[in-house]
Design a protein around this ligand. Structure first.
Ligand code: ATP
Length: 267
């Protein structure tokens, strides 16, 4: 989709400030993931094993990937992304090999976070799976999770929008034994998200983020990001006639006047 972020940018650059309407979720993840990655000695001292796997579930576009990147960045951990459907599409035997090599690389680069997007496509309930290849991939993932040492400084975060479609074996202790539900943002969350995506934008006086948040019921983060992008494009369309297309230059006063107006958002 048009929101895909680059495949394996090793060090993520998003921070918790780039995620709106999720302060409680961020607190949970900090405790489960950031603290153990940053201060492994705390947990060692207490004799408790931090989680190896955390499952995020929520509808598409709610910011699960962005959240995982932010946690990696804020934990000073390397970020590895595995896209479920894409890895499933690899040739016979190659999917397991790719899964293994990502885990190997991540272990070498630790502290690391391996993020598995759309895990339901890799690990659907085994009784619903027809092919041998799929069964072997689920088994491979389980083996990799079990093989991780409890204090390996490597956390696997997986995302799905169909938690009940996942093989139950994945949720056993020592695997994905923590779950966080990511919901559709409420009005306050929408306002925060709109604030983030208009942060660098010159806005017209009449733009009212409260009003926008109120009138976008049901929008998830990806929808709100798209809305602000569209509004910016409207603003560009409006000033097009004032550009000097022959010379290919933008008169400075045109740039000075450029702002995204309330109408641009309503288009
Ligand atoms: P999918 O399940 O479809 O992969 P996702 O839940 O992983 O979706 P992201 O890919 O993280 O969602 O979000 C897509 C884009 O939407 C982000 O790059 C960001 O621009 C925007 N977005 C989504 N949620 C938020 C949020 N809570 N705060 C700020 N931006 C958000």
């Amino acid at each position: 989709s048009e929101y895909e972020e680059p495949q394996q940018s090793r060090r993520a650059d998003v921070t918790y400030d780039d995620i709106g309407g999720m302060s409680h979720t961020i607190d949970q993840l900090r405790e489960m993931v950031e603290l153990p990655l940053r201060y492994p000695e705390l947990f060692q001292r207490l004799g408790v094993d931090p989680p190896k796997g955390v499952l995020l579930h929520g509808p598409p576009g709610t910011g699960k990937t962005r959240l995982a990147r932010a946690v990696a960045n804020e934990s000073a951990a390397e970020f590895f992304l595995i896209n479920g459907p894409e890895i499933m599409g690899s040739a016979y035997g190659e999917s397991e090999q790719r899964l293994r090599s990502v885990f190997e690389e991540a272990a070498k680069a630790a502290p690391s976070i391996v993020f598995i997007d759309e895990i339901d496509s890799i690990a659907p309930k085994r009784d619903r799976v027809q092919g041998e290849a799929e069964k072997r991939l689920v088994a491979q993932l389980l083996t990799l999770m079990d093989g991780l040492e409890a204090r390996a400084n490597l956390v696997v975060i997986a995302a799905t929008n169909r938690p009940d479609a996942i093989d139950e074996a994945l949720r056993r202790p020592g695997r994905f034994d923590r779950e966080i539900i990511i919901g559709v943002p409420d009005e306050r969350g929408r306002k925060e998200i709109l604030g983030i995506h208009t942060r660098g934008m010159p806005l017209g006086d009449k733009v009212d983020l409260n009003e926008l948040a109120r009138t976008t019921y049901g929008f998830v983060g990806a929808d709100l990001a798209a809305l602000t992008r569209e509004a910016a494009i409207e603003a560009v369309r409006r000033i097009m006639p004032r550009l000097n297309l022959e010379e290919g230059t933008i008169p400075p006063e045109v740039l000075d006047d450029l702002s995204v107006t309330r109408e641009d958002f309503m288009e």
